[in-house]
Design a protein around this ligand. Structure first.
Ligand SMILES: Cc1cc2nc3c(=O)[nH]c(=O)nc-3n(C[C@H](O)[C@H](O)[C@H](O)COP(=O)(O)O)c2cc1C
Length: 170
């Protein structure tokens, strides 16, 4: 599947079948994270692959997350392991952009593997950090449910190019 095809296939799926994600497919998704761009190529990332049902249950219950956290075969947790106070010249924090790109790469690779995903940022970071033993100084930016969807709802409408693109001027 080419990249645009994977992009067109991807949508946020919030209900999952009780089906294991094959090791080879998971590895492809993690490989995409490994290849993602990062500021100065520092690669200050740790992706925690959560498959243990007990841990997923704890994250759902103690970190106030959603049912897909428990249902999906895998929960990916994107942790920034480098400096979190570095403002780039553009005024944005580098680690947030790094983690966002890594998350996006994972979503697209998953779509290419016939897997479904949903980004999850509605969680209590401190609670997730405690459950997963993430060091205090690190930040969890995002998580993603990864598995086989059980959800036939249509993909949400997207704006047309004419609404989001302009050329040479705003
Ligand atoms: C930064 C970010 C945070 C999100 N957090 C959640 C979340 O906590 N729970 C959820 O169900 N979806 C979450 N989503 C998914 C969005 O709701 C979804 O991408 C959006 O509705 C567009 O749908 P699509 O992904 O199917 O194109 C998040 C997406 C982004 C980019």
């Amino acid at each position: 599947m080419d990249v645009l095809e994977a992009m067109r296939r991807r949508r946020s799926v919030r209900s999952y079948a009780p089906r294991t994600v094959e090791e080879e497919k998971l590895t492809e998704v993690l490989e995409a994270v490994r290849l993602a761009p990062s500021r100065h190529n520092e690669q200050n990332i740790r992706v925690i692959v959560v498959r243990d049902p007990q841990i997923k249950k704890q994250i759902r219950e103690l970190a106030d997350t959603q049912s897909m956290v428990e249902e999906a075969g895998v929960l990916l947790v994107f942790c920034a392991t480098g400096a979190t106070n570095f403002l780039m010249p553009c005024g944005q924090y580098g680690y947030v952009v790094d983690m966002s790109l890594a998350t996006g790469f994972a979503l697209l690779a998953a779509a290419g593997q016939g897997l479904d995903t949903c980004v999850i940022c509605a969680f209590h970071e401190e609670a997730v950090k405690r459950i997963l033993h993430v060091p205090d100084e690190m930040r969890i930016v995002s998580m993603a449910a990864l598995g086989y969807g059980d959800d036939s709802s249509p993909r949400p409408a997207k704006k047309g190019l004419e609404e989001i693109v302009s050329y040479d001027r705003f």
